[in-house]
Design a protein around this ligand. Structure first.
Ligand code: ADP
Ligand code: ASP
Ligand code: MG
Length: 413
């Protein structure tokens, strides 16, 4: 008997009507002869509402307690879904993260799954239940509730599929697959029939929220056959696969954007060994992730260091930097919250030249100033003023002709 993990996001469980249609989909899969595990998010808007309640009390809150609050949304949706499934005549059982034991580390608000105890789920599946599991949450060794970071129920689903050795993991959402760019910004974006794990990993980490980055890492590591599908209509969706020759022919597969970062510059940093270590150790000790880093070669004995941090950590980062900046004798710290990152992603960049030139020319033609640049083997990212973000995304989508057919990888809308 094959085992399927289905995951439904917030919009897909956003109303009782939608929950009924999720229940019908799960039952249909069971009737086709599969064992079915369903992971769900909180109902649309619910997690945002809970986060706002926390932030309404204090800006820098206790993250252990934040997790207690924001994990609550999923408790409602799993219970409702199990009730809807039973109302339709099938059997269902819902579980919170701690009950089936999604064991995580204790990094509250962005915990990582270490292990899943699958025996209770397997037992229920054998008995004919559809098992409904709260996404986004886990429990640490002490028994404290943890959450996996925003969008984390994708990761719950993939981790479950890996742990249960599922035959498939289907991620149902409000778009019918992974597109060449966010269809909410680029109306001519096209659905990709297939995408390599590596490209999807870059896209997710560069802001394509359709899958949480960690879920793609796990899918790649454990070779989970993963599909992104619409919960609202039938279709093939997008399949994540290993890379093949055809994929390399396409230079750029997607344009992504991210407005969740802020830029910090430390001016007048003395040019001597250990300075960067002092700055970035302080941020690491405060569990602040640093993304892009730029440092110039200095001729005058001092230099400027610029880097980006998550926008939510901006204020905290400025506070954390006060002591090390003084210690190393730097002049001043300045920053900017209103930046955005726009990136071009494609495995074809490995074997094609001129991608950066095309990207920078297109942005220049629209008068968009580039503040920072970073590259990897399969992506080029630029930081620019947030107000130009949407224009930049559309411009680059056009410049790389992503609205045109690129063989069997891309399927017309
Ligand atoms: P869910 O609640 O189902 O997890 P999300 O809102 O987290 O859904 O993710 C789906 C959204 O991701 C889409 O509505 C879309 O706006 C956005 N998105 C961003 N980039 C892309 C992309 N390249 N392809 C598809 N969707 C994208
Ligand atoms: N409900 C959580 C969130 O809004 C998890 C998820 O949607 O995947 O971030
Ligand atoms: Mg999501």
């Amino acid at each position: 008997m094959s085992l399927i993990v289905q995951k439904f996001g917030g919009t897909s469980v956003g109303s009782i009507e939608r929950i009924r249609s999720v229940a019908a989909r799960a039952i249909a899969a069971q009737q086709q002869g599969h064992q079915v595990v369903v992971t769900v998010s909180a109902m649309a808007g619910e997690t945002n509402r809970l986060v706002a309640l926390v932030e309404g009390i204090i800006e820098r809150y206790n993250k252990r307690e934040y997790d207690v609050v924001v994990a609550a949304g999923e408790q409602v949706s799993i219970g409702l879904l199990a009730i809807a499934i039973e109302a339709m005549g099938a059997r269902a059982r819902s579980y919170l993260g701690w009950q089936v034991r999604f064991l995580t580390d204790s990094v509250y608000s962005k915990a990582r799954i270490q292990e899943i105890e699958g025996f209770r789920i397997r037992d229920d599946l054998e008995k004919g239940y559809i098992v409904v599991i709260a996404g986004f949450q886990g429990v640490d060794e002490k028994g404290d509730i943890t959450t996996l970071g925003r969008g984390g129920s994708d990761t719950s689903a993939v981790a479950l599929a890996a742990a249960l050795e599922a035959d498939r993991c289907d991620i149902y959402t409000d778009v019918d697959g992974v597109y060449t760019s966010d269809p909410r910004i680029v109306s001519s974006a096209r659905r990709l029939a297939r995408i390599s794990y590596d490209e999807m990993l870059e896209m997710a980490s560069l802001g394509a929220k359709v899958l949480q980055t960690r879920s793609v890492e796990l899918a790649k590591k454990y070779k989970v056959p993963l599909r992104v599908l619409s919960s609202l209509e039938e279709g093939e969706g997008t399949l994540l696969t290993e890379e093949d020759e055809l994929m390399e022919k396409v230079v750029v597969s997607a344009i992504t954007h991210n407005r969740d970062e802020a830029k910090i510059t430390i001016l007048g940093v003395p040019d001597r060994p250990g300075v960067a270590a002092t700055i970035f150790s302080a941020l690491a000790d405060a569990t602040i992730n640093v993304d892009m880093i730029i440092q110039n070669i200095s001729e005058s004995g001092e230099t400027d260091v610029t880097f980006t941090v998550p926008r939510g950590d901006y204020q905290h980062a400025l506070e954390v930097l006060a002591i090390p900046v003084k210690q190393i004798g730097a002049k001043e710290v300045v920053g900017n919250r209103t930046i955005a990152k726009v990136s071009a992603v494609g495995v074809g960049m490995r074997s094609h030249t001129g991608v950066a030139q095309r990207m920078f020319n297109a942005l220049a033609a629209d008068g968009i100033n580039i503040q920072m640049i970073s590259t990897s083997e399969i992506k080029i990212s630029v930081i620019l003023d947030e107000k130009y973000m949407e224009l930049a995304v559309r411009t680059l989508h056009d410049a790389f002709e992503l609205d045109k057919d690129a063989g069997d990888r891309v399927i017309a809308k």
